[in-house]
Design a protein around this ligand. Structure first.
Ligand code: GTQ
Length: 348
């Protein structure tokens, strides 16, 4: 006997709903409107010592020209097939060998480069080149032409690896992705290297500068300067019990984030630091610059060394500890959460 129990009646009814492209909210309400975030992204670490060889092997399997961007994507195991490290953000390790050019293009996705190793490559943004050094943070804002290159070995070129951070998944979720190629492999160089830093990188701006753009006119933030600031602050006072000494990167013309969708930070943890636990609705990707330590994220615990990358999903309790003086770079979707009034933080 079928068709009489409530369960059977509902099943038949749900079948009819599906045919009409309808669905009963009451079956999924608790998932759609959770009491607290339940991230699908999981805590994860990519140990550079384990993946560096694979990054370098890509160099002999495909050219930068053919690949356009020779990048290994860091895929969050909780977001399989999504090319995402968090629901909103992407991470990848890009390799450029001496003598190579990654051809010029532009896209609506915002990108950051955080230099991992090598010091000869350059990236060009809006007619200006900047040479990359380990620890430098470089932006390629939405819809700006950008190409990357590396001089030949004779001219001092060496393999260069950097971490790419983009808002690819966020832009995909909004169906707002556009891209185009520049007609040449390299855009013309219109200004000497260091020009934008001279104009905007010294707590001064050109006298009649008007802010018309939400992105920072400084496109390279040298490690030397960030490191110096952290060092001075460490010597000047007690580190924060959660963050150590932590600064955020700014657009010097607004005080806001360097780009509208991605926040970036640099922090110093002194040897012996055992940070308290905090959580926040922004999801954060860390790249270790110096030192050695460990991180607890929810129920996971990882030890970290230079060049390791780890991810803290939104609302996961996190605490950092350092065995040696450590420097961590990080980026997150904080500007998006903040703009939508969804940023919540808890420091316990
Ligand atoms: O360098 O323009 O990792 O367009 C992914 C997409 C890097 C880039 C990535 C990109 C780029």
């Amino acid at each position: 006997m079928t068709g009489n129990s409530l369960h059977d009646q509902r099943s038949a009814y749900y079948g009819q709903l599906t045919e009409q492209r309808l669905a009963p909210l009451w079956e999924s309400l608790h998932n759609l409107v959770p009491k607290a975030p339940r991230p699908q992204a999981v805590p994860a670490i990519w140990k550079y010592a384990q993946i560096r060889d694979l990054v370098m092997q890509a160099g002999s399997l495909i050219s930068a020209q053919e690949a356009v961007r020779r990048v290994l994507i860091l895929q969050n195991p909780g977001l399989p097939g999504k090319s995402a490290i968090t629901p909103a953000l992407y991470a990848g390790l890009q390799l450029i060998l001496p003598g190579e050019i990654a051809p010029s293009h532009r896209h609506t996705q915002s990108a950051l480069r955080f230099i991992v190793e090598g010091r000869s490559a350059w990236t060009a943004v809006n007619g200006e080149r900047t040479t990359m050094h380990p620890g430098d943070f470089i932006i390629t804002p939405s819809w700006t032409w950008h190409d990357h290159g590396n001089p030949s070995v004779e001219e001092g070129g060496e393999p260069v690896v950097w971490l790419d951070g983009l808002d690819i998944p966020l832009i995909a979720s909004l169906d707002a992705g556009f891209a185009e190629n520049y007609p040449e492999s390299m855009q013309p160089v219109l200004r000497p290297e260091g020009d934008s830093f001279a104009r905007f990188g010294h707590n001064m701006v050109p006298v009649r500068h008007r802010v018309t753009d939400p992105t920072s006119p400084v496109f390279s933030y040298p490690y030397e300067r960030s490191r110096e600031a952290l060092d001075a602050l460490y010597h000047n006072g007690e580190p924060d019990e959660w963050d150590g000494v932590k600064l955020r990167y700014v657009n010097p013309t607004t005080g806001g984030w360097p780009m509208p969708t991605i926040a970036t930070f640099m922090q110093f943890l002194p040897a012996g630091f055992a940070g308290k636990t905090y959580r926040s609705t922004d999801a954060t990707i860390y790249c270790v610059v110096e030192g050695r330590g460990s991180v607890r994220i929810g129920d996971s615990e990882f030890t970290f060394e230079p060049h390791d990358v780890f991810v803290v999903p939104g609302w996961q309790p996190v605490s950092l500890a350092a065995q040696a003086d450590s420097v961590l770079f990080s980026y997150s979707d904080r500007p998006v959460l903040s703009a939508l009034n969804l940023l919540r933080e808890e420091r316990t």
